[in-house]
Structures are given as structure tokens and as C-alpha cells.
Ligand binder design. Structure first.
Ligand code: SF4
Length: 286
């Protein structure tokens, strides 16, 4: 992401990326630097390779943050990326369980899988899986709202289930055998005071594509996993052809407006999007 500065949500002003004094009351310098480093070094945050999580979010946000110079709100960015840092803690616990492969116990490369999904080349990152392919785990974090999706049934929310099944399908295609299909084989593992696993049902590729992603509090969001993945794919194709990122972003719908709304009707753009200002400044989108 070409982060060229920051937006200070308290003052409403923007500043340069290394103006740590202006951001001192918002976030310490080492966290701001970590956000910039994460975006620069992680190919999944900078390139045009589709990822499993693209089917779960707003393509306009991704195009703005990856390909346009932007000044995001670092608190919202941290909320999205903070889980990446906590994965290290989660992996330390997983290391006690014999047979787990995680990013931080030497399995960083093994955790990544690339293959065909819904007719596209897609990369997926498995947070943790058993080396014998009996269990797959995806960590969700309370500060990102993960605990909202745990109830007494312990059945994973549809969007968590779609994500886990997408990762399972990519794994099966890579190793050419059935994986994670036993009872409780796919876990959305929510970290929030106590571990709270939910379990995903087995889904076909077509069911993954048809899974509605988004709002659980105020009714249907209207956005399906397959539709969102395809939006990202077409946007990346335009970027690769050399189209201006601004034009690509403008042509994309305002997906965030109807995803993940709270009972108060607050849209995910307001609550979560680090580049809402940049998005609002662009025309188009509807
Ligand atoms: S403000 Fe909303 S619609 Fe715009 S890029 Fe962000 S999430 Fe997408």
C-alpha cells in the first residue's frame, strides 16, 4: 500500500507518514512503522494475486489502499491488521499441540497455498493446520468482532465457513487428497479472553460462491462470496492492463455500505474502513 500519510481521527487533519509527533496521541511511532512495513513487505497487501479473503470484502477499499497514495486512519488499519501480530501469540499456544503447522513455528511457507478456486488463481493463508490434514484452524480476534459470531450452537457463521472451506478446497487441490473433513475439522478459533471454537460445515465450491457475506444484525447484505471475489479479480485485471487505479476504484460499487451493519444501521465503512475519506472523495461507486 502506498501509505503516504495518516489521518488523525481526533483532529480531522492529515499529516505525512513520518510525522510521528502529529500522531502521538493516536498511536506510537513503532506501531505506525509496523503498519507501513506490513503493507510494504506482504505481497498479499500489494500485488494483484487474488486471496481467499478478497471474497469477504470491498474491492474498492483494496484498490484504494493498494494502488492509490492514501492517508488511512491507522486505528482502523490496526484493527484489520492487528490480528496478524496476535497470530504470533496464538501460534505459541498452538505449538503446544503436537502436529500443528503455523506461520510462527517454522511453517510460514507451508501455511500459504495457491491454486484454482471459482475459476481463478487464488492464494490462501492457513493460520494453523494439523500436518496430517485432519484439522484446519482460522484465528478470529475479539477486537475485530470475531466473538460476535460465537453462539451456543458452535456452528461457524456462514462467512467464516466459506473462508474455511475455500482454504480446504485449495489444500485438497494442492495435496490431491481429502482434507479437514472429519468431525470438527474446520475451526474458526475465536480469541477473546478464552478460546471459543466454532466449526464449519462441509461446503461445495458452489456453496462457497453462493454464501452471503456480511450483515448479520439487520438482514441480508446482498453480497455473495463469488461475486466479491470476481469484483476483485476484474479490478486486478484492469490494474494489470495499466488502467488508472482511480478509474478502477470509481467503477467499483460501494460494497461496504451494506456489509456488517450494526443494529443502529452503522455501515462497515464508518466503523472499519481506513480509507473512507479517499473513497468519499471519488465519484462513482453506485
Ligand atoms: S468507504 Fe466503504 S465502500 Fe468505500 S472503500 Fe471503504 S468499505 Fe468500500
Amino acid at each position: 500500500m502506498p501509505i503516504v500519510g495518516w489521518r488523525n481521527a481526533y483532529t480531522g487533519r492529515t499529516c505525512d507518514v513520518d510525522d510521528y509527533a502529529a500522531m502521538a496521541k493516536v498511536m506510537p511511532a513503532f506501531m505506525l512503522k509496523a503498519l507501513v512495513d506490513a503493507e510494504r513487505e506482504d505481497v498479499r497487501h500489494s500485488g494483484t494475486l487474488l486471496s481467499v479473503t478478497n471474497g469477504l470484502g470491498c474491492a474498492r477499499e483494496v484498490v484504494i489502499t493498494r494502488f492509490m497514495p492514501c492517508k488511512p486512519d491507522p486505528q482502523k488499519l490496526w484493527r484489520q491488521q492487528g490480528g496478524t501480530y496476535l497470530h504470533e501469540k496464538a501460534a505459541a499456544l498452538a505449538a503446544y499441540d503436537m502436529g500443528w503447522v503455523t506461520e510462527h513455528n517454522g511453517g510460514a511457507e507451508e501455511c500459504v497455498v495457491v491454486g484454482e478456486l471459482l475459476g481463478r488463481v487464488v492464494s490462501g493463508k492457513r493460520d494453523a493446520f494439523k500436518r496430517d490434514f485432519s484439522k484446519l484452524r482460522d484465528y478470529k480476534f475479539s477486537f475485530s468482532g470475531g466473538d460476535k459470531f460465537v453462539d451456543a450452537t458452535r456452528v461457524a457463521e456462514p462467512h467464516h465457513a466459506a473462508q474455511l472451506n475455500a482454504l480446504r478446497l485449495l489444500t485438497e487441490r494442492a495435496v490431491e487428497r481429502e482434507c479437514f473433513r472429519g468431525d470438527g475439522g474446520m475451526e474458526a478459533w475465536v480469541v477473546g479472553g478464552t478460546w471459543q471454537p466454532t466449526y464449519a460445515p462441509l461446503m461445495s465450491e458452489a456453496q462457497v460462491a453462493e454464501t452471503e457475506v456480511g450483515s448479520t444484525k439487520v438482514g441480508a447484505s446482498g453480497w455473495k462470496y463469488g461475486v466479491l471475489l470476481e469484483q476483485h479479480a476484474k479490478a486486478y485485471e484492469r490494474i494489470e492492463r495499466g488502467d488508472k487505479a482511480e478509474d478502477v476504484a470509481k467503477a467499483l460499487p460501494l460494497v461496504g455500505l451494506t456489509m456488517w451493519r450494526s443494529r443502529k444501521g452503522e455501515c462497515s465503512c464508518t466503523a472499519h474502513c481506513p480509507v473512507k475519506r479517499e473513497c468519499d472523495a471519488l465519484a462513482g461507486g453506485m
